[in-house]
Design a protein around this ligand. Structure first.
Ligand code: GDP
Ligand code: MN
Length: 381
């Protein structure tokens, strides 16, 4: 789950990370009032679940309350990476002497939290990693001991030569680590971590991603979810207990089981196509899940063909067939559909589908080839 900058900042502030105050506005007038209250130059910042807001024009300085209002008027409603800005954070502007990057991620390869820090902050850390990897320092944390002070100091000195600043950064990293662990995060980063002309070290931006599997036992964190900031398809999928990830291709895939879903996507690619999504309808699929899955996939304008790939183990393929019939009766399909199913109650499923004008095959390669051809506007092979 993604959370907004202002929410991540609240979490980090609670751990004691120095962060300038800030308030959220949903209208230009609110932004003006907040700027007036702070009484200084402010930064108006788009609150969307996307990085690179600065480059996209979603982070702007405002010298007066009137300017804050005008800028908020421009940023609110703006699209950044396909997401509409519904809120802005208004925060007193800091003067910046230098910008650094500090982040911790849950690294699968290390099976542990790994810190990544760089004195070249502010910009894309991916770019720094690609062009000047020597400017990045990594450190694996042993979760039995946490980020020890000597380790944090080592990272601090990689960022700053000045002892006081290195100490300040080390303390911030230990707090960042505490917030990361306490929130069930898979990523927590501060970019930029800045030094002001007075030599103070403060966090001006914060990003956290929470592991969905950690939410059940953390209701306060789960409550930070902002559905209005998420892709509607992902919201609907979550509410229907489907595992769904939208992708850029045009073959809509409905599959049961994560392994088969991955294999299906691989095969779509292998035959020259592009999957429009990853979608796992799960083990014991009732027809309702299939209906929801079809609704989500057909709402995607990119989808030019739909591919069902179902292996009936616990899943009854006749349940899936019934779901397909129910869903398409309510909402006739505008794109071709290819159905591959095999396993439990296959005979019944094929009968149901045939009676309703669908065809089904048991051959996965053939089905994928057909779906790819249909998505390209060709005839089924
Ligand atoms: P991002 O582009 O989405 O990562 O948004 P950031 O919050 O990191 O802002 C982008 C850039 O705007 C930062 O790297 C800074 O250079 C600048 N910026 C953000 N806050 C301030 C501030 O308080 N004062 C000044 N002078 N610049 C800021
Ligand atoms: Mn940033």
């Amino acid at each position: 789950m993604n959370i907004h900058e202002y929410q991540a900042k609240e979490i980090l502030r609670a751990q004691g990370v120095p962060i300038p105050p800030g308030e959220v506005a949903t209208t230009p007038e609110q932004a003006e009032a907040i700027a007036k209250k702070f009484g200084t130059t402010v930064v108006v910042k788009a609150q969307v679940h996307a990085g690179g807001r600065g480059k996209a024009g979603g982070v702007k300085l405002a010298r007066t309350p009137a300017e804050a209002r005008d800028i908020a008027g421009k940023i609110l409603g703006m699209q950044i990476k396909g997401l509409t800005v519904l809120r802005v954070l208004v925060t007193p502007a800091e003067e910046i002497a230098s910008e650094a990057y500090v982040g911790v991620i849950l690294d699968r390869a290390s099976k542990a939290p790994v810190f990544m820090v760089s004195p070249a902050g502010g910009i894309d850390i991916e770019e720094v990693a690609a062009k000047t990897p020597e400017k990045i320092r990594r450190l694996r944390v042993d979760t039995r001991y946490g980020l020890q002070t000597y380790q944090a100091m080592e990272l601090g000195f990689f960022l700053y030569a000045d002892l006081k600043q290195a100490r300040a950064a080390a303390s911030i990293m230990q707090k960042l680590y505490a917030a990361f662990m306490a929130s069930g995060a898979s990523l927590a980063e501060i970019n930029p971590l800045v030094v002001t002309p007075k030599g103070e070290v403060v966090a001006l931006d914060a990003k956290m991603v929470i592991d969905d599997n950690e939410l059940d036992r953390r209701p306060a964190i789960a409550a930070l979810r902002d559905e209005s900031a998420e892709a509607p398809s992902e919201v609907e999928a979550r509410n229907a207990s489907l595992t769904f990830i939208k992708l850029d291709g045009n073959v809509g895939c409905v599959v049961n089981g994560a392994g088969l879903a991955m294999a299906t996507m691989d095969l779509v690619k292998y035959y020259g196509g592009d999957p429009a999504n990853f979608l796992d309808i799960g083990g014991s699929s009732n027809p309702d899940k299939v209906v929801a899955a079809l609704r989500i996939i057909t709402a995607d304008q990119n989808v030019k063909a739909i591919l069902f790939n179902i292996f009936g183990g616990i899943t009854r393929t006749d349940d899936v067939a019934n779901g397909i019939v129910t869903a398409t009766r309510a909402n006739p399909l505008k794109v071709p559909i290819v159905i591959r199913l095999t396993g439990t109650n296959e005979d019944i499923a094929v009968k149901i589908l045939k009676e309703n004008g669908f065809s089904a095959s048991a051959d996965m390669d053939e089905a994928v080839k057909q779906a790819v051809a249909l998505a390209k506007g060709g005839k089924a092979a």
